[in-house]
Every structure is written in structure tokens, then in C-alpha cells.
Ligand binder design. Sequence first.
Ligand code: 9UX
Length: 72
Amino acid sequence: NTLSGQFRIGGMTCAACVNSVEGILKKLPGVKRAVVALATSLGEVEYDPSVISKDEIVQAIEDTGFEATFLQ
Ligand code: 9UX
């Protein structure tokens, strides 16, 4: 099972920020795909809801020093 979630990510100001957010997302168990866009401050994540929740994804982003809000 796979869900797709959109997150608004605050605090990214350069391409290296984007890479670090994408990098941690892709390492999370249950995350199958992660794409983060600097221009829109949006991240799209495909994940297995039986392995990881959207709240845990938000928490993982915040643990790296950025702000994250789940959109849908
Ligand atoms: Mo460079 Mo992006 O220090 O926050 S990684 S601006």
C-alpha cells in the first residue's frame, strides 16, 4: 500500500537544504519516493502507511532543522 503526501517545508534557502531534506526522507523506513522543490517549498512523499505515518515524516523533517506542515 502506498500513499502520497504533500508537505510544506519552511526554512530551505539553498539547493543543499533541498538535498539534505530529500536525503533524510529517502532514508526513512517506509518512504518509497521523495521529491522536494526549493521554488515552491513543497515536498511530495510516497510512503507505506503501515510502516510510517505522516506525523513521523513531519517530525523527521523538523529534526533536521526545518519546519514541516502536512498538506494532504
Ligand atoms: Mo546552506 Mo541551505 O548552509 O540552509 S544548506 S543555506
